[in-house]
Design a protein around this ligand. Structure first.
Ligand code: HEM
Length: 415
């Protein structure tokens, strides 16, 4: 049995926060390996990247999620007690609840709501002068997903609900005020989401058949029990928050259109090209850096021992940029997805494996639908300029975003 290569650092948490998306990849490159051991959050941690590693990581016989996610991420991003930290039968049952909401018709419906929001906003952008796309898309997605999920939302509350979602998303890797904003955003959001759940259960608030709100409020576990109110709030937020987070991918798509204008016409006129473009945006741009699990029971892989309980990180960004999987990984080339048959362990911006039985993102189809709608609107419903601004992506910042949020100017409706 061979020893897992080590980065020999007594503690790498600060390096991880500083180097961000490149942390795992840089060490893999330096050590000439796709597996190494380090210390993160005061614990020995095995880091992996690449397709075989993703296949291993999503084997639920070998890994569990209980206790894998750092507390600072649970207190901001995911909440405590949600589907992300469950295993076995409990996970399958809870995950089935999420997947029951993701029918093709429901996904299209959300896409349509977002599309309606977008088209309705164009005249206001045309009159207002420069707009920050990130801010605009965040609010449009908030309106769309609240309506889709059956959750009431007053116009006046849109900015603060959007801000709460953004704070939660930015909380895990933020230090100081950014992290505390994330915790506060989560506390507030869980409080009102819990009240909404309560009102549905008491019959005071009707929730449309099949809506996320109705499904989560009425979900019963394998013992026939309703979820405790706080956990139901966490799960409702597990639908609302990440849908708003698609605003980052929309900004990346707009950035890609700006940097590669030859794609504008192709994605507007050809659905297959639009799909390839969206997939390449999801592969190329940084969003979730890593996923975390713990070894269920000791095993050996590629001659390396994985001891029980050891925390293991899969480098999602690094797998999406692995040269053995993606030739010229640092080039944005949507045509690499022309005729692509799919690979559950190759393209992993939203996790790998199976949506129903594993921890792969429940909202992947929604994400793709919303990105396609955004790209269609950016190329087909409006013209605009991108004035000079700071668009540099800092891979040391998690989650990444161009500092300007992508300012658009001179917006005109074209269709
Ligand atoms: C903004 C784009 C999104 C990205 C980058 C993203 C990314 C991810 C990642 C990396 C995971 C964890 C995979 C793992 O633990 O192995 C995940 C899980 C999850 N995502 Fe997403 N996601 C996005 C959008 C969505 C949307 C739109 C929804 C719901 C409407 C959603 C709901 C979930 C849920 C419920 C889980 C937990 C799944 C489980 O543990 O079984 N996500 N997502």
């Amino acid at each position: 049995m061979s020893t897992i290569p080590s980065d020999r650092s007594p503690e790498s948490t600060l390096a991880f926060l500083r180097e961000g998306y490149r942390f795992v990849g840089a060490r893999c490159d330096r050590l000439g390996t796709d597996i190494f051991q380090t210390r993160l959050l005061l614990e020995p941690t095995i880091c992996l990247r690449g397709r075989p590693a993703a296949e291993l990581f999503y084997d639920t016989e070998r890994f569990v999620r209980r206790g894998a996610m750092p507390m600072r991420a649970q207190r901001t991003l995911t909440g405590v007690g949600g589907v992300q930290g469950l295993d076995g039968a409990e996970h399958r049952s809870r995950k089935a609840m999420f997947m029951s909401i993701m029918t093709p018709a429901a996904v299209r419906h959300l896409g349509q709501l977002f599309d309606d929001e977008w088209r309705a906003r164009i005249p206001a952008w045309a009159e207002s002068g420069p707009v920050v796309l990130y801010d605009e898309v965040g609010r449009m997605l908030t309106r769309a997903v609240w309506a889709w999920a059956g959750v009431p939302l007053a116009d006046a509350d849109v900015p603060r609900r959007t801000a709460e979602m953004h704070a939660m998303i930015e909380g895990p890797a933020a230090v100081g005020p950014g992290h505390w904003r994330g915790r506060l955003g989560r506390r507030r959001a869980e409080r009102w989401a819990g009240e909404v759940i309560e009102r549905v259960r008491s019959g005071a608030l009707p929730a449309p058949e099949g809506s996320a709100l109705r499904v989560v409020a009425g979900y019963r576990d394998e013992q026939g029990m309703l979820l405790p109110r706080r956990i139901a709030a966490v799960e409702l937020l597990n639908v609302l928050r990440p849908t708003v987070a698609v605003d980052r991918f929309v900004v990346f798509a707009a950035l890609a259109l700006h940097d590669h204008p030859q794609w504008c016409e192709r994605v507007r006129d050809d659905d297959t090209a639009a799909m390839s473009f969206v997939q390449e945006v999801r592969r190329y741009y940084p969003f979730f850096p890593v996923a975390a699990a713990r070894v269920r029971r000791p095993f050996e892989w590629q001659g390396h021992a994985f001891p029980q309980g050891r925390r293991v990180l899969l480098d999602l960004y690094g797998t999406n940029h692995h040269p053995q999987l993606w030739p010229e990984p640092e080039r944005f080339r949507p045509e690499r997805f022309d005729g692509w048959r799919g690979d559950p362990f190759g393209l992993v911006p939203q996790g790998g494996g199976d949506h129903f039985t594993g921890h792969r993102c429940a909202g992947e189809w929604i994400t793709i639908e919303l990105m396609k709608r955004a790209v269609a609107n950016l190329t087909g419903s409006m013209s605009y300029r991108v004035p000079p601004q700071d668009l540099a992506l800092d891979l040391g910042r998690m989650p990444a975003l161009p500092p300007s949020g992508l300012v658009l100017d001179g917006v005109r409706r074209t269709a």
